[in-house]
Every structure is written in structure tokens, then in C-alpha cells.
Design a protein. Structure first.
Length: 161
């Protein structure tokens, strides 16, 4: 089993197979536009622009699991991210990341890389780095700035050889 075995929905509720990302490094992050950590959208977008041609896919999964910080519907959220934060990396439909109704992808991510809080996601902007074969290789806490993951991303992209 790997991340590539999952299917997710776009903001327009269309099915998207994560197998489409085979051969790419993925940075999976749960996002929220009303979160105090939302300025991280800038850093995530910078990574996306810097490394997308090298094989990095930054993918966002909005979640309203924490203090109603992603209250808008999917298409409005996608537009907010584009207009307010300049996001061009893919955002998917809102998901639950914790609890019994957590999206199967997030259940898998948490099983593969637990965190300081066991199998739960602590907050918005928890990040998972996934290799080209769909294996979860690292988990980063919400306060980890995107630029602080760059060395790990470069290693997976084989940019430091």
C-alpha cells in the first residue's frame, strides 16, 4: 500500500487518483485559509514554483477540523487561496483529518508517520513528505516553515548529489 493507492476529490467533486503523481515527490498538507498559519501558503507556493519542474507536487487538503478555520465551500475556498494567497498548486476538496470520519488518505498518512500526538493531526499545516513511489518519508509539525523542509525535498529529488 502507498499514497498512490488513494483517490481524492477535487473542489468540483471530481475523482482524482493520487497514482497520477507516481514518479513525483509529494508534499501533502492540510490547509485552512482562516488559520494563523495561513502565511505558510506563501512558502508552499514558493516550493511549488521552485521545484515543480524537478518533480515536486505540493498538494493541499483543506480541513475545517480546527476551530472552523476553513468554513467556506470547496470552490470558494479554492478561489480564496488563489486570490488572497496566490496559490497555484492543486487544492482538493475539504477533508476530515482526525476522528472516525477522517479521509482514508489521512488515516494512512498518520499510520505511516505518527506524530508527537500519536495518530492525530495536531493542527492545520501538518505536512507529509512522500517519495516518488508513494512512501511516506517524513512528517512535519504545523509550525515547520516550508523553507525548512527544502533540504529533505532536494534529497528526494536528488538535487544534492
Amino acid at each position: 500500500m502507498s499514497v498512490h493507492d488513494f483517490t481524492v476529490k477535487t473542489p468540483k467533486e471530481e475523482e482524482k487518483a493520487l497514482a497520477d503523481y507516481k514518479g513525483q515527490v509529494m508534499l501533502i498538507v492540510n490547509t485552512a485559509t482562516k488559520c494563523g498559519l495561513a502565511p505558510q501558503f506563501d512558502g508552499l507556493e514558493a516550493l511549488h514554483k521552485e521545484y515543480k519542474e524537478e518533480g515536486l507536487a505540493v498538494v493541499g487538503f483543506p480541513s475545517n477540523d480546527f476551530l472552523n478555520q476553513e468554513p467556506v465551500e470547496n470552490e470558494a475556498m479554492e478561489e480564496t487561496c488563489k486570490v488572497n494567497f496566490g496559490v497555484t498548486f492543486p487544492l482538493f476538496a475539504k477533508v476530515k483529518v482526525n476522528g472516525p470520519d477522517a479521509h482514508p488518505l489521512y488515516k494512512y498518512l498518520k499510520k505511516e508517520e505518527g506524530g508527537m500526538f500519536g495518530s492525530s493531526i495536531k493542527w492545520n499545516f501538518t505536512k507529509f513528505l512522500v517519495d516518488q513511489e508513494g512512501n511516506v518519508v517524513s512528517r512535519y509539525g504545523p509550525k515547520t516553515e516550508p523553507k525548512d523542509m527544502e533540504d529533505d525535498i532536494r534529497r528526494l529529488l536528488k538535487k544534492d548529489e
